[in-house]
Design a protein around this ligand. Structure first.
Ligand code: SF4
Length: 458
């Protein structure tokens, strides 16, 4: 992966418009959204980004109708206020899996921006490579013109018929103080808007542009609002216009993460020390219940098994259960590994059960698992655990004494994976090295050797 840069490609042939052919805007007559989208298109045309390298993430609200208007770019329509969180996830995944190919643009209204304020603040703090366009018309247009957190004082809305008495939040200042390296505010009618949008999109890092605009259906009639009055509103509220922040001194989150943790921590298993393998992989769907004590890495060990299975091209599901307390009581995971997609994640009769402590066995009993064993169920039990039943389906293994309490589950899963040809245990060891370090990994390898040399399974 390149660092401190982006690998966006330019369009192979000139693109005259990113809109679909004969685009029809679904907004009310005179709505500022139409203007904003036209200016966004102009900015994209100027940048000539390859359509397949642009991802448009939209929110709920009238502006959320935008994604169907653009041709060929990736689009994701998200839940209310969460578009920036989705965009952040896309940006991080793009950095890991695709060498930073995408330019991600969020379109969100003022309602969504305040509902999802934490996501905006967090994206600014992280400094992810995402551009957020906040289309601020001071009201929730789609649901009937209710006031938002950005509605100016004295403004008439359907929820403030005598005038809004709550001062508006200043989103640009909130995000500047959260570390956003590019912040701009302007009007939808500003001639400079395409240029500001182009700079925001081209900016490597988190960029936000708040665009003040008219909701002709609600804000305009109730307040006799015009473009001139919008400008006066900005002056009255001391909302500065133009590019308010553009600093190049903040590194992207992924670059800082890599510098602190090393590139492999961000890598896909395919790119890390753990390679994809087809060896020693289960050929049918298997269900596994893992039970032990909270605080002893039961669910983490289960997730490593799932990760090993994913790296072997299997489908996986994992459901966890533990009491509210994290460090006492039981901890349980239910796992499916399958060469085909898993349709139903529930387990009726488990193929395998691993129990690494008395807490785990007690909980299995309370949850009725012990009554749901099939004749083919195989149970791996730590030898300190005292089952009431005597059964040849049970394999007793000194997991805790061989691997130590905190690695007993991981060791048991590696042993089970090896003996039952579920996944290659070496993959589990490599993943353990990635996550916990070489010491844990070599402890795992040594323990497995001791057990296979007759150190206790029986
Ligand atoms: S309700 Fe307001 S924001 Fe929605 S399309 Fe109509 S004018 Fe635009």
């Amino acid at each position: 992966m390149t660092t401190e840069s982006r690998t966006i490609t330019k369009a192979l042939a000139p693109i005259a418009s990113y809109f679909v052919k004969d685009v029809k805007f679904p907004f009310c007559k005179g709505c500022g959204h139409t203007n904003i989208l036209r200016r966004l298109n102009e900015a994209l045309v100027e940048l000539q980004l390859s359509s397949r390298d642009v991802a448009l993430v939209t929110d709920i609200g009238c502006i959320g109708l935008s994604d169907g208007l653009f041709e060929a770019v990736h689009t994701v329509h998200t839940t209310h206020g969460r578009s920036t969180a989705f965009a952040t996830g896309i940006a991080l995944a793009d950095s890991v899996l695709a060498d930073r190919r995408l330019k991600i643009i969020v379109l969100i209204g003022d309602g969504g921006a305040m509902i999802g304020l934490q996501h905006l603040v967090h994206a600014a703090m992280l400094n992810v490579d995402v551009t957020v366009l906040v289309c601020n018309n001071f009201v929730y247009g789609m649901t009937g013109g209710q006031s938002s957190s950005f509605t100016p004082e004295e403004f008439l809305t359907s929820t403030t018929p005598k005038g809004n008495i709550v001062p508006p939040a200043d989103l640009c200042e909130i995000l500047r103080h959260s570390g956003a390296p590019f912040v701009a505010r302007t009007l939808a009618t500003d001639r400079e808007l395409p240029s500001i949008l182009r700079q925001a999109i081209d900016f490597l890092g988190f960029a936000v542009v708040e665009i003040l605009e008219l909701c002709t259906e609600f804000a305009v009639p109730a307040n006799e609002l015009t473009g001139k009055k919008l400008l006066e509103e900005a002056e009255k509220n001391r909302w500065k216009l133009g590019i308010l922040e553009s600093r190049a001194d903040r590194a992207l989150f992924v670059d800082r993460y890599e510098r602190t943790n090393g590139a492999k921590e961000l890598s896909h298993p395919e790119q890390s020390s753990v390679r994809r393998t087809k060896s020693a992989v289960v050929r049918r769907a298997v269900s596994i219940v893992v039970a032990g004590s909270a605080g002893e890495g039961v669910q983490s060990a289960s997730s490593l098994l799932c990760q090993a299975a994913l790296s072997a091209n299997l489908y996986v599901t994992q459901k966890n259960d533990n009491p509210v307390t994290q460090g006492s009581g039981f901890s349980l995971s239910e796992i499916w590994l399958s060469p085909r997609p898993v349709g139903f994640t529930g387990i009726e009769k488990p193929d395998f059960i691993l129990v690494s402590s008395e807490d785990g066995l007690r909980e299995l009993g309370l949850q009725g698992w012990m009554d749901r064993l099939s004749p083919k169920t195989r149970m791996y039990l730590d030898d300190t655990v005292d089952p009431t039943m005597v059964d040849d389906r049970i394999v007793r293994v000194p997991l805790r004494s061989t691997f130590g309490p905190r690695s007993a589950t991981l060791g048991g899963l590696a042993l089970m994976a090896s003996e039952q040809n579920i996944v290659d245990p070496k993959m589990l060891v490599a993943l353990a090295a990635d996550r916990y370090g070489e010491r844990t990994a070599s402890g795992l390898t040594d323990g497995l050797k001791r057990l296979s040399a007759g150190g206790g399974a029986g």
